[in-house]
Design a protein around this ligand. Structure first.
Ligand code: AMP
Ligand code: MG
Length: 356
């Protein structure tokens, strides 16, 4: 009995001591100063860099693993022409004149893309997948042969594939027009970036930037200051301007220079004007800042088609406030809100301010 008492007298303080020691160790571990951690993923044919300002490296790594798994699923189910994912199967059903029950992972994208296509006056038109394929952009390789003939283009254009041809009834999708083939290449990256930010937040990572080759969404701040980013120069000369991006914003840029096919020294850009069936020539790049990543991405593509003559009309219709266009002569077009924010590397020769 006495021995027992002595034993517990000894053990209890020892346990208490170990307990306190453990708490101190955990507290010290958590209070190590936050810093920037970065990881890179290769997905959607591009390098995606994820940075977070955090003291919890383990949580960050777990969050990146979760984002990576989601990106792989997006790549499978949102891809227009690779593999056997949801979108490939939907396109096949449309071509066969069938109705398809679309997975909830894809369905909201089809719905929002349809809505955005209407707002963009049809300049963002993801229903022109066949035209995009005809120009050779459903391929990982750079196309070098003769471009498609006018007859081939007209043969597809005559069917006028549009998102309004889609009938979305609950989870079921069908089309009046079998020539519709959906390509979300102009829009899905913006959706993916925004979802990645949300997924990081669900893992407690609330200060982060997800950057896919200059297309990005951010959360929170980089410590004392906002996240700072660079907008790609359309002539491939690094960065044209810098900007501080605020919590919850996305910045997407669309450009002629990104992908193209080349024939007899002529470059045919991967952005197609759905009205003519030909690649756009007049614009070099369009940048949009918005809180909705999918909207920013679709809008940047629509504005590349719209060009300087229609950018204000399209911006107004799509509810855009922060837009920058660079034309093939290097002239810069800015909305007043965007002008307040961009910091040019070199003073541009000509800036045109336009209010949507
Ligand atoms: P982005 O870099 O966001 O402008 O997307 C360009 C991609 O969108 C192209 O590679 C095509 O797959 C697709 N695309 C091209 N033109 C259009 C268009 N007018 N509307 C919708 N998607 C398009
Ligand atoms: Mg786009």
């Amino acid at each position: 009995m006495i021995a027992d008492l002595n034993y517990s007298n000894l053990v209890n303080p020892l346990l208490r001591y170990l307990h306190v020691l453990l708490l101190i160790t955990v507290a010290v571990g958590c209070s190590s100063p936050p810093t920037v951690h970065t990881q890179e993923l290769y997905v959607f044919g591009t390098l995606v860099s994820i940075s977070a300002y955090t003291s919890d490296k383990v949580a960050f790594e777990e969050a990146v693993d979760a984002v990576d798994a989601s990106f792989q699923r997006m790549h499978r189910d949102w891809h227009a022409w690779k593999g056997e994912g949801e979108l490939v199967q939907l396109n096949r059903a449309i071509a066969a004149g069938d109705t398809r029950v679309v997975d909830p992972f894809l369905l909201p994208l089809i719905e929002q893309a349809k809505m955005l296509s209407g707002k963009s006056m049809g300049l963002f038109n993801p229903a022109i997948g066949r035209l995009i394929a005809l120009w050779g952009f459903h391929s990982d390789e750079l196309q070098v042969g003769t471009p498609p003939s006018r007859d081939e283009i007209e043969a597809l254009l005559q069917y006028g594939p549009e998102m309004t041809d889609l009938v979305i009834d609950g989870g079921q999708v069908s089309s009046h027009n079998r020539q519709v083939s959906i390509d979300l290449g102009a829009y899905a990256k913006g959706v993916a970036l925004e979802l990645a930010i949300k997924q990081l937040a669900a893992h407690g990572i609330t200060h982060a930037i997800v950057n896919a080759g200059g297309d990005l969404c951010v959360a929170g701040r980089r410590g004392e200051r906002p996240w700072r980013i660079g907008i790609r120069h359309p002539q491939g000369r690094g960065v044209i301007a810098g900007m501080e991006v605020e919590d919850g914003e996305c910045l997407l840029t669309s450009g002629n220079y990104e992908r193209y096919r080349e024939y007899q020294q002529v470059r045919y850009a991967h952005i197609i004007d759905p009205r003519s069936g030909y690649p756009v020539e007049h614009i070099a790049s369009a940048t949009v800042v918005a809180r909705d990543g999918g909207l920013a991405d679709a809008a940047a593509t629509a504005l590349s088609v719209a060009g300087p003559s229609q950018w204000l009309e399209v911006s107004r219709n799509m509810g855009l406030k922060q837009v920058m266009l660079v034309d093939e002569k290097g002239r810069i077009y800015l909305t007043p809100e965007m002008e307040q924010r961009v910091m040019f590397q070199e003073k541009p020769d000509e800036i045109i301010i336009g209010r949507p």
